[in-house]
Design a protein around this ligand. Sequence first.
Ligand code: EAX
Length: 335
Amino acid sequence: MRKKRLMVVLFALFFILAVSPASYAKIVLKCGTSTQPTHIYNLAAEHFGKIVAEKSAGEIEVQVFPASQLGSERDMVEGLQLGSLEMTLTSTGPMGNFVPQVKLFNLPFLFKDRESCYRVLDGEIGTQIADRFVKVGIRSLGWYENGFRNITNSKVAVNSPEDMKGIKIRVMEDDVFILTMKALGASPLPMAFGELYTALEQKTVDAQENPLAVIHSSRFFEVQKYLAMTGHFYSPAVLLISEMTWQKLTPEQQKIVSDAAVQARDFERQLSLKADQELEAACKKEGMTVTHPDKAPFAKAVASVYSNPSVIKAIGGGNAEEGQKLIDAAIAAAQ
Ligand code: EAX
């Protein structure tokens, strides 16, 4: 009899624990990135996690996994679609494979300065493109920043497009990047970021291009002698959450997550600006030879990318007319 009563009590206890709010399984949002732990993506993702933890009273925990531990940027976005990963902060490098309109932001020399980037990304064009992600199972929580990209290499001080002739350069996995480097006379090789350091070290490629924050945190100065401040692409980043994860959150939790994402975005953009102001000197200090080429001949050399029919069609999601409209609108808004 005693035993029976004990069983009933245990059962009741189990039931209470199973349904009471105190025993809600904590929500863990794993957030993967491709870059090193000290890179601005990871500092921002940690900051985002801190805000979310505070606002949710510990109910939601963000765990950051840097350095391609959870796969390449493309793998991670696929993980979001499958529901095997909750979040990622990624460049737009692989995003054109999911939503072709994103290729718009991969066009060289599209933006004049940071203000122009934010105007386009946070405005109508950026919002409309970000909204398309939901249809493919991912949701944008805001445009973050990777930064203006500069060229590093192990062969020659780059002062003009002519210096790029025959240089083997790693690019992100999108045809707009490939076409741009071909237009400069270089030999582009698309490759995931996680393989890049080794490829530079083993001289599989001579060159790569990335924002200063990536170049410095990845210690590319150990394997690259020359840095040319070309700023040829502005590289946005985007904080993404799996739509499956998003739909499991309550409206209150969704609000906490999306508000924190905006705060962390502003924080990250500040870090990115600071990186651009400080890291050129830091790379010099590490032994890099830095050049500041005139950008006009580079812009002229890559102008053909804008009139490439396959690029225009891709940006329009398979419709050339739509693509041209989007390009024209972006140019107008970016000026
Ligand atoms: O998102 O692949 C790249 O070069 C990216 O700039 C980097 O992974 C940060």
